[in-house]
Ligand binder design. Sequence first.
Ligand SMILES: [Zn+2]
Length: 209
Amino acid sequence: MRELLCEYGRRAVELGLVLGTSGNLSVRRDDLVAVTPAGLALDRLTPERCPVVDVGGHLVEGDLQPSSETPMHLAVYRTTPARAVVHTHSTFATVVASTMRELPAIHYNVLQLGGPVRVAPYATYGTAELAANVQAALEGRTAALMANHGAVAIGESMEEAFERARLLEWLCEVYVRASGVGTPALLTEAQLAAVAERSRTPPTFPRRS
Ligand SMILES: [Zn+2]
């Protein structure tokens, strides 16, 4: 679990999803959660530097303090089936989170996140209030934006949560860039429903005889 944090911490820095010590990652197994430590850049982690806490928030292992955003991670684990949480301050997600109340359906891939992505109202970082706001914004979704702060994505594995964080950043970049060209056209509920139906019944190609 801790090696996963090191691997994906490096990838998050390489891909520009986080800067320096901003952003944090966690992964859950049973009632234990390995989380990135406070105050350490995500590309400088080693497994033994990553603390382990239980879902109730008690430190189980590690010399360093868990990330200050750990209450948010734990709130997600207590209320969703997630097994990994990725929190970033990626640029375009933060732009959208600072200007809008929701990332609208500019591209059908938003369905991979459960639909248009809500912006959780602002609260001070690391607080129970922020954790509750994010938890509410995640209802029926696998990602949320955090007003004037960043983004969070969840998944059944670290890979899935990480890919969703990348997708959210890409969707926000498309929206921001499209807004600079003109007024972005948005997909209707009917168009999104048609996409969902299409993904349930993918086309099949008969084998040539
Ligand atoms: Zn943050």
